[in-house]
Design a protein around this ligand. Sequence first.
Ligand code: NAP
Length: 349
Amino acid sequence: MADTKVLVTGATGFIAGHCIQELLTHGYAVRGSVRDLERAEVAHLHAIAQRTGGSLELVQARLDAETGWAEAVDGCTFVWHVASPVPPNVPKDEDEVIRPAVDGTLRVLRAAVASGTVRRVVLTSSTDAITAGHDRADTRVRTEADWSDVDRSGPYPKSKAYAERAAWDFVRDQPLELVTINPGLVLGPLLHAERTLSIEVIRQLLAHEMPAVPRIGFAVVDVRDIATAHRLAMEIPEAAGNRYICAGERLWMGGIAADLAAEFGPRGYRIPTRPLPYPLMWTIARFDKTIRLALTMVGVLPLVSADKAKQELGWTARPARESIVDTAESLLRYGVVRRRAADNRAHTP
Ligand code: NAP
């Protein structure tokens, strides 16, 4: 398999790092694209390549520019298009998020077709392309047959729905296979010291940066299981032309806080577990942009089914508690959250 080369876009990202690890561990050669080769933090990727004895090269290509994509896909058999803007707050102009997501996806797909070597693209979409904008009273479990209501979605969910739609429209008349992986909230261990949006929930609880816990729900999934889902979507011939929801347990943030409190409370961390009343959250949101982003999610527990991925890909999701604890351990290991003096696991390797 070492002669089967896979392009992973957005190699600097949280999910892409695990995707690269999954591919190298399974003997594939990897080319990663980054938006700025000189500034990209990639030491952890080279360390994985060294540890696995795998082949990793990095190239430069931006979602918002034409240059670099032909070189990026050259000689690749597969592309995992993972890169997309994941803004930490609501942008003033939604096109800042939507344009790179949609135009970047089309750039990658056009380059893949022009290469003459790429057989299949696995696109990292989101459950946000499926669940966003729906009426709260409608509690149907969503499947791959559903799409979000873009007219009632924020910029990020809109960007994911538009980019995925554009990809399906594009491949309809092209000699290129497409599979999408639609993850829920992705948690799990960091591979280096990074700040990425999806682990903010755990970081803020562990660092006691929120006074109490808002009633926000998530369909949690582990980043390692998402990397495996990409590989299965690439390797299984029958996966072509399909969307796959990959989401595990549905949890309120209070449940995540309770899991953290059980593990890290005895080690000296003060994990907030009291519920945050909506009016107080609304007030905090006037000053805190991340909380403002979360306002629309209050009281909503995303209802999605991953049955199709389980049945057709043989995909499995590990227990959410394992992902929650491993996320927190990695935040401490890489110093993203400061260890408490009382945490005597600080000295264990
Ligand atoms: P992340 O750590 O923020 O990674 C995003 C990646 O996209 C980074 O490598 C970033 O590059 C790259 N990128 C953004 N704008 C770019 C541009 N204009 N040109 C080139 N590269 C650009 O986020 P992540 O959580 O790993 O997300 C990866 C993918 O998974 C995204 O498509 C996201 O929508 C999807 N997803 C994530 C979750 C989740 O909970 N994490 C859930 C569902 C779907 P820089 O490092 O240079 O910024």
